[in-house]
Design a protein around this ligand. Sequence first.
Ligand code: T3D
Length: 264
Amino acid sequence: MDFSTILYGADNGVATLTMNRPEALNALTSLMRRELLAAVQEAGRDASVRAVILTGAGRAFCAGQDLKERAPAYEQGATPVLGSTLRDEYNPLVLAMRNLPKPIVGAVNGVAAGAGCSLALACDLRIASSSASFMQAFVKIGLVPDSGSSFFLPHLVGYARAAEMMFLGDGLPADRAEELGLVNRVVPAEELATAAQELAGRLAQLPTVAIGQTKRQLNRGLSGSLEDVLEEEERGQELASQTADHLEGVRAFLEKRPPRFTGK
Ligand code: T3D
């Protein structure tokens, strides 16, 4: 697909979405938010795509909202009302990522600040370069965390750590993020792309319907009751049990051979 602020490529079952405004540390403009949403939707539509990578071009993952986008208004002393941008652009993107029935690997290549940090947190798994950092930068410009950070961060690192990051706005280096469970793995910068492709490639070989449904169940588990989750698991198992991949998995076990999942 043709975009101007991001790159989209799909190969071997893996779609790679690269935020591509390196001169602005991949800060998010309105167009970029809309293009990211369209790319996530395309990855959902394309049945050959079974896993997704989200990463950034250049030295940053994403510096959050492009603060220069509204510079003229601020220079005149205006304070634009920002709720509608969240409602119309950021929130649909975050929901699309979480509702995508395919796993998303965040390949965090550098600083992830503000809404850029939120996008990293909205991924299912995160591999970080040793030079990456995570910054809840909102407070530094008098704003509140948005784009799902208030949901994802305390679930990942606990209330006190999340509050510390959000109140103080300090950057959390990759190695500390790994210790706190915010990222799955840290690798040297030069190994990040390969590590992310390997992980996503492996995910793309798995039973895609079951993985998508597992993601749904995990999401439900983050906010639902035990009853909700048990119901979701029941629905999920009904769905997964009817897939060709379930049949293949059991046959492969009985025939003592590795399974060949097709995602169907
Ligand atoms: O709709 C709404 O507005 C509500 C939604 C809000 C969501 C949010 O994301 S609010 C938070 C917005 N983001 C920030 O406040 C982070 C701002 N950036 C920084 O604090 C720093 O740039 C970093 C800590 C991320 C990186 O620092 P450093 O020293 O490595 O880089 P730098 O020199 O500051 O930036 C390099 C270039 O990127 C520079 O360009 P220039 O001036 O040399 O041409 C800088 O202006 C540009 N840049 C960095 N961040 C942004 C940006 N340009 C526009 N918007 C940015 N967010």
